[in-house]
Design a protein around this ligand. Sequence first.
Ligand code: ZN
Length: 461
Amino acid sequence: MNKKTIALTFYGGAETVTGANFLLEGILEEKKKLRLLVDCGMEQGDKFCKDCNFEKFQYSPSDIDVLIVTHAHMDHIGRIPQLVRLGFKGVIYSTDATRALSEIMLEDASHILALEAKKAKKEPIYKAEDVKSALELWKGVPYYASTELPSGFSFELKDAGHVLGSSIIEVKYGEKRIVFTGDLGNSPSPLLRDSEIITDADYLIMESVYGDRNHETKNDRVHMLKNVIEETIKNKGVLLIPAFSIERTQVLLYELNEMIESGSLPHIPVYLDSPLAIRVTQIYKRYTSLFKESIQEQIRKGDNIFDFPKLTFTEHQKDSEGIASNPSPKIIIAGSGMSHGGRIINHEKIYLSSNMNTLLFIGYQAAGSLGRKIQDGLKKIHIEDKSITIRANIRTISGYSAHKDMDGLVEFVEGMAENVQKVFVTMGEPKASLFLAQRLREYLNVSAIVPKKGEVFKIDF
Ligand SMILES: [Zn+2]
């Protein structure tokens, strides 16, 4: 039999959490080679779009045949319109829900990019028209349907349980399976189905955001949230929650819905102050068939799971500004999730200097972001030239993470430990990735490594 080799290159999401971008090329010995990208994410940190995103891709976008997208977070989709602008003409695949969410995430991103680029006196990496061009190439495919690709490859999407529409991508060639986890859900999730158990991967490219840490248990997190809200009510203060538009916001609305409608929390004004999160919530309502069965049943019985008394969606700027004159206590959920910009920073400017108020982190804060600095204890910050001394209570509940924790990640690999040839630990800060790789080697006796950015691995079979 002829030698068959696949090359795997880690262009992004290696030794770092954000900017997922993996290239699979095969079969190298054959004349016609498939060039397949998995995700094309933006590196994020000190800015929404770090300077490195302005650099050229390390491959020619016009040479790529196919891009498969795991889910609609910016660190997985953020450079897709740029890829298209620079010559990609292939097909983009994802679930329908991921495509629908990506459309509004990328449209929104094009506005933020324009603002950031203007400040830096340069051209944005893409514009709204590039988002449109990307969507024209983008096809939705259902979970568990096999899609043929050129050169004898095919792929299948499996539920990753991370955010609505999120997928684990299984690329197949003959009997071989190369599996890309994307981000893996912190199952069981309140809304989504559990992430699929994979048993037959030959090669695994996995995330490791929480590779060295465990979350609080789910019960703890609901108690902690309830305590923080009760404290806010007692202080007649303001609870600020910077929230990611996708999933975290909907989970939060769902859990507030449960606590308020069951009477375990008194009615308190809640503002969802994010036009993006409001639009994302509409998409969640459109794809309820992807929710887990118990939630679908609850919806069938007539509960509007994302609505409860005293919840206000403040879509327009004028309504957002009006929140400040409404009496406390109150809860404000706003983006961006890491305080890079968006309406949350307007509220942080107003509320962080008082010890009656609380800033609650429920999502991952990337190194360098304002959110991370505050979380790490910085007491003096600047928001748009205003200097603020932080006196508000700073809290973190990690149980709301949409990612598997260390034990969850090890358990995920355990199912395939007997067969898997190699595990590439990616999409984590180096400390987390290295720790997880070591754990996988010691606990499961699998070959696990942390690839470097730009590193190429040849897989022979
Ligand atoms: Zn994600």
